[in-house]
Ligand binder design. Structure first.
Ligand SMILES: Nc1ncnc2c1ncn2[C@@H]1O[C@H](COP(=O)(O)OP(=O)(O)OP(=O)(O)O)[C@@H](O)[C@H]1O
Ligand SMILES: [Mg+2]
Length: 263
């Protein structure tokens, strides 16, 4: 079977328009992501993770290399890919249900069908009862769940997530990780998920992609051999391979950052 995403010889250089200073963010990235795979991406700060996601989203044209989605070159953004940015990307003047319906409205989906889809995703992300609330009435974690539901409701083939849980508290983060795992299992989406948190990367990933320090390239792809049904924190942490996999990923990342840095 052909992989869902194929990245070949990807390099990206930013040029500061004022100083002409060049920053090589990525160099020589090769990567294949299978259909339905959950790939987590870790690496030191500034190694090019966001750049890679933005290239896959079609928001940045790479300096060199190719990205194929279903065998076709990515040349710009498209409805086949949904992005969840680190900052909440929800519309403050719309209620929860109208935020979630946003992508469907753009696609011209009929009202009755839209309502049914919104109901399904409101339930999936645990926001039943909050449909008519506005973002300012929600907690940070709830806003993040709206952002995830909104992207899912638009039904992209691929979800690109850039540290989506970085700004939520530890308890909410655990809930969101378990919910995202349930969603991944239920929808079989292909997901690329960037995080600084190695435990999170191991908990969520089918494989964990470790990028080298800048210019980022793929340093290692670590498989996580724990069945998806065991991906609740209680079951997961009691699995004997969890600790060893986490230590391996941590070691690979630490080799790339200065000892004084945090991962
Ligand atoms: N628009 C830009 N113009 C110039 N340089 C940029 C731009 N965006 C990113 N960079 C540089 O490219 C490198 C990679 O940035 P990127 O945001 O992809 O890293 P990252 O791995 O996502 O970092 P973090 O973990 O801190 O989010 C960094 O050195 C950054 O300073
Ligand atoms: Mg980033």
């Amino acid at each position: 079977m052909r992989p869902k995403i194929v990245v070949r010889g990807l390099a990206h250089e930013y040029i500061n328009p004022f100083t002409q200073e060049r920053v090589v963010a990525l160099d020589g990235v090769d990567l294949e992501v299978e259909e339905g795979e959950f790939l987590t991406v870790v690496g030191p700060s500034g190694c090019g993770k966001t750049t890679l996601l933005n290239i896959l989203a079609g928001l940045i044209q790479p300096t060199h290399g190719t990205v194929l989605l279903d065998g076709r070159a990515v040349t710009g953004p498209g409805p086949d890919r949904g992005v969840v940015f680190q900052e909440f990307a929800i519309l403050p003047w719309r209620t929860v249900q109208r935020n979630i319906a946003h992508g469907l409205e753009i696609q011209g989906v009929a009202k009755a069908e839209r309502a049914a889809v919104v109901r399904r995703f409101v339930e999936l992300v645990g926001l039943t009862g909050f449909e008519k609330k506005y973002p300012h009435e929600l907690s940070g974690g709830m806003k993040q769940r709206v952002a995830v539901a909104r992207t899912l409701a638009a039904n992209p083939h691929v979800m690109l997530m850039d540290e989506p849980f970085a700004s939520v508290d530890a308890q909410t983060r655990i809930t969101l990780q378990e919910e995202l795992n349930t969603i991944a299992q239920a929808t079989r989406k292909t997901i690329l998920f960037v995080t600084h948190n190695v435990e999170e990367a191991v908990f969520l990933g089918d494989r964990c992609c470790v990028l080298s320090r800048r210019p980022g390239k793929v340093k290692a792809l670590v498989p996580v051999k724990i069945p998806r049904e065991h991906r609740t924190w209680k079951l997961f942490t009691s699995d004997s391979s969890f600790g060893a996999t986490k230590e391996l990923v941590l070691k690979l990342v630490r080799e790339e950052v200065g000892r004084e840095d945090t991962v």
